[in-house]
Write a protein that binds this ligand. Sequence first.
Ligand code: SF4
Length: 366
Amino acid sequence: MSNSGMTFQQISQIRNQLRCLGARPAHEQRILRLWSQAKPQNSGSRPLESFMPLALRQALPLLSENLSSLLRLQSSHPAEDGSVRWLLSLQDGQTVETVGLPRDGVCVSSQVGCAVGCVFCMTGKEGLIRQVGSAEIVAQVAFARLHRPVKKVVFMGMGEPAHNLDNVLEAIEVLGTVGNIGHKSLVFSTVGDARVFERLPLGLVKPALALSLHSTRADLRAELLPRAPKMSPEELVEAAEIYAQQTGYPIQYQWTLIQGVNDTEEEIEGIVRLLKGKYALMNMIPYNAVDDLPFKRPSWERAAEIARSLHMRGILTKLRNSAGQDVEGGCGQLRARQIKAEAGESQHSMSETPIHFVKAKPATVL
Ligand code: SF4
């Protein structure tokens, strides 16, 4: 590369640079494959001189340096469940969280901050700071692969992937073609957005879809996810079901279970009404309590009772813990802690922000 200060936030920028150096499509794919799989650019038995133009060969060391400097490890937090949370800084000093999951998964961030503003999420508190570029997303996977095997990538870290669709879809295409991740093992997680349902079916790589539902009541959902698109739970499930039929993969509904908010009998009824007969899997994740937010985690017994009740009524349900609970596992907590430390705790505590709720209706007796 002629410009040693070159930064690549987007994969399209990397491709353009490579083309300027005489790369043909096969060279581009090779370079992206080795990078996304965390392998050195001189890997392989064939000498580079036998198939790569001189200008491109000469640029490879600097290109590798630029790619590996997309992210820098700020801190690492291994947890008892086998997961590890990494706080990574981007080239402009902003930070994102990436999580190595048990069983060869990695959870990546698609935005710094998030505009959806879910009231139970630390990331949502700061609003959107900036988009994470497609190269920065793939770099999170490459980083994770330096430390552990990765066979599954979930877009469930900081940010709403639907609000950064071009970058997320570009990253998905690379990961699902040269990145050695099965299409079904790429999980696009969203609060639901019409653009997602339009664009995902058109992609070369069609990821699995996780839909954050959290409530079957439109009014309560609007309180919990204040800036999510105004699609009703019924409309979301209908659009998601079409995608499930198109791809042949079930929709993974996400439900953060919060005590006294969405753990009611009324919600169980609502879930059965919406999902019965659908190609769906319900993932219930008891809320990870955070000091700065006024929500409580329900008891494991209550969560298990809800999951059992749904199962008995024909809804495939899995009760899960969020990864790394013992290391401030909630999305955005590491970044929030770092920002707080940098600010010398001078700001007001977020718990001082009043949060008003439409109260859950009294439980329906079955
Ligand atoms: S839970 Fe997800 S969509 Fe909601 S504010 Fe947090 S990062 Fe954004």
